[in-house]
Every structure is written in structure tokens, then in C-alpha cells.
Design a protein around this ligand. Structure first.
Ligand code: TMP
Length: 197
């Protein structure tokens, strides 16, 4: 099972990814928790470059995230899935669709094509999209990175972008109200996952 978590910066997805990993591991399952950008040595280097490096154009940003993803799929995600492990990933292709495709204006179709090419068409079995008021999410950010420093205008666009993606991919994306307590949200995630299996 390949599960991803998505949401605007400050939506709590990293906490939820870890809570799901712990719940699956407690059932005795082999689980790999990973994140994007990151998850490999190259991916972590890309993370530093894109989030803390110089300003860059939207295509440069999209291609760097895609490079990190290509390496991540080849070295971590596919091998884990092939040995029968579950993979829980904090951000994946929908981040590129939302941030670069919609919010940055590259177009979803172009960014989908790029990402299908670099991942060999690997899409998650299920994607949990954590939805939170953009102002609340922005208020939760600590030590903001280059994208977060762009402030509420980008975050509002990202929020709208994710809602559009949920309508476009309703069979894969499950939306979750992320305003409650982390444990309650985690329970809902597990219930929704059980409903689908
Ligand atoms: P985070 O994973 O710590 O939330 O931060 C990653 C940042 O990078 C976040 O602002 C979203 C952004 N991002 C993209 O714009 N496109 C992508 O494909 C990915 C993986 C992340």
C-alpha cells in the first residue's frame, strides 16, 4: 500500500504521516515513512537547494522537485513496495500539481506529464489531503522556508489548488478536515483507510 499525505504548509501532514506509520507498525506491518523533497541523499540536497537556496523560476522548481522524486521512487519507494512493505510519504506528486502546476501557473497537465515520466507512472493508492484554513496553517509555520516566506498569497492559492485536485482525482484523494486534535484526525485517517481496503 502506497499512502501519501498532502496539504498546505502547516496543515499537520507530517504529524499525521508519523501517526499512521506508528499505527501500521503496531499492527506488525513493515512500513517505510519517507518525505519529499528528500528521502534520499540527492533528495535532501535538493530540499536544501530549493527551500533554502536562491530564487528560481517555476520550471526550475518543478524540475528540481521532479529530480528528487525520480531518485526517491527508484531508490526507496519502488524497492519498498516490491518487497511488500507499506510506504507512507509526506508529500508526493500532488504537491507539484498544486504548487507548480496550479499555484505557480505551469498548468496541471504539463506537470502531470513530467511527473508520470519521472516516476514511471507510480501514483499512490490513496492520498490524504489535510484541509485547514490558510490563515491558521500559516500561523503554525515555524522557521519559514523560501516558499513559506512568500506568505498568505501563495498559501491561499495552494489551498484552492488542492481543493481543485480533490475534485479532479476523487477516486484517489480523500479530503480530511485538519482543524481538530491530531489523535482524532489520525483515527479518521485509519477509518477511511479501512473503508477502502
Ligand atoms: P514541507 O515538506 O516541509 O512541508 O516543505 C516542502 C515545501 O516544498 C512546501 O512548501 C511545498 C513545497 N513543494 C513543492 O512546491 N512541490 C513539490 O513537489 C514538493 C514535494 C514540495
Amino acid at each position: 500500500m502506497f499512502v501519501t499525505f498532502e496539504g498546505a504548509d502547516g496543515s499537520g501532514k507530517s504529524t499525521q504521516a508519523e501517526l499512521l506509520r506508528a499505527a501500521l507498525a503496531a499492527e506488525g506491518r513493515d512500513v517505510v515513512l519517507t518525505r519529499e523533497p528528500g528521502g534520499t541523499e540527492l533528495g535532501e540536497a535538493v530540499r536544501t537547494l530549493v527551500l533554502n537556496g536562491p530564487g528560481m523560476g517555476a520550471w526550475a522548481e518543478a524540475v528540481l522537485f521532479a529530480a528528487s522524486r525520480a531518485e526517491h521512487v527508484e531508490k526507496v519507494i519502488r524497492p519498498a513496495l516490491e518487497r511488500g512493505a507499506d510506504v507512507v510519504c509526506d508529500r508526493y506528486v500532488d504537491s507539484s500539481f498544486a504548487y507548480q502546476g496550479i499555484a505557480r501557473g505551469l498548468g496541471v497537465d504539463a506537470v502531470v506529464q513530467l511527473n508520470l515520466a519521472v516516476t514511471g507512472g507510480l501514483l499512490p493508492d490513496v492520498t490524504f489531503l489535510l484541509l485547514l484554513d490558510p490563515d491558521v496553517a500559516t500561523g503554525r509555520q515555524v522557521d519559514p522556508d523560501r516558499l513559506e516566506r512568500e506568505g498568505t498569497e501563495l498559501q491561499a492559492k495552494v489551498d484552492a489548488a488542492y481543493r481543485e485536485l480533490a475534485k479532479r482525482f476523487p477516486e484517489r484523494i480523500v479530503t480530511i478536515d485538519a482543524t481538530g486534535e491530531p489523535e482524532a484526525i489520525a483515527r479518521e485517517v485509519r477509518e477511511r483507510l479501512r473503508d477502502r481496503s
